[in-house]
Design a protein around this ligand. Structure first.
Ligand code: PXP
Length: 239
């Protein structure tokens, strides 16, 4: 199975929010991404609404023919919105107000009841649920126990590694975690910090299902346009 590409368009909204204006429109970006070969659109409705707004989400759900993956915390307010909007998938992530971006995977054991409850509610609304976790066997076991059938492995440490040795170590962790989860019949996605330089080894991991990528694609789009930025990423992960 070819590896799918989910494009996170949060930073299109970041640019719009810089002036609290109407442009650029995330929904238009989503349509361009899908036309360029993206397999799904990812947005994170943060509790502080720093980029994607509620209206964006409702509009995306109404307009998009492709798959919509909502990144979200397990907070009751956000779970309630998700159950109304009904994205195809919800990806539960940890969320801190002061972070620049998601800093690490969910600690499922430490938040077991909250996460398990969110999974149950979302599932009852017909939404597939993925858990964003570090590449760690204990977290995979906890995700399994909490009822998740999809996980997204956090690639941020791999992407941010300072040298070849460190990168090799973080890469092996992701590879091992992927194998372990697939052995438990869990679908494995990955993402965070992936770019045009570091994506290929991750895309080559046997069994990986989907990569979710945002920042690097939007950065490239500033110079060459969103259509081309998505096509180039898609070509890399297909290779
Ligand atoms: N996956 C998850 C769970 C994330 O939180 C993010 C960042 O919003 C991404 C993927 C995309 O990360 P990046 O923007 O660094 O490509």
């Amino acid at each position: 199975m070819p590896v799918s590409l989910g494009v996170n368009i949060d930073h299109v909204a970041t640019l719009r929010q810089a002036r609290l204006g109407k442009e650029p429109q995330p929904v238009r970006a989503a349509l361009v991404c899908l036309a360029a070969g993206a397999d799904s659109i990812v947005v994170h409705l943060r509790e502080d609404r720093r980029h994607i707004q509620d209206d964006d989400l409702y509009l995306l759900r109404k307009v998009l023919k492709g798959r919509l993956n909502l990144e979200m915390s397990s907070a009751a307010e956000i779970v309630g919105i998700a159950c109304k909007v009904k994205p195809d998938q919800a990806t539960l992530v940890p969320e801190k107000r002061r972070e620049l971006t998601t800093e690490g995977g969910l600690d499922i054991s430490a938040n077991f009841r909250k996460v398990a409850q969110a999974i149950k509610k979302l599932r009852e609304s017909g939404i597939a649920v993925s858990l964003f976790i570090d590449p760690d066997k204990d977290q995979i076991d906890a995700a399994d126990e909490a009822g998740a059938r999809i996980i997204e492995l956090h690639t941020g440490r791999y992407a941010g590694s300072r040298n070849k040795k460190e990168r090799g170590r973080f890469y092996s962790q992701i590879r091992e975690a992927c194998k372990y989860a697939i052995g438990k019949n869990i679908t494995v996605n990955a993402g965070h910090g992936l770019d045009y330089e570091n994506v290929s080894p991750i895309a080559a991991i046997p069994g990986i299902n989907e990569l979710n990528i945002g920042y690097s694609i939007i950065c490239r789009a500033v110079f060459c346009g969103l259509d081309r930025a998505v096509r180039e990423m898609k070509a890399l992960i297909e290779k």
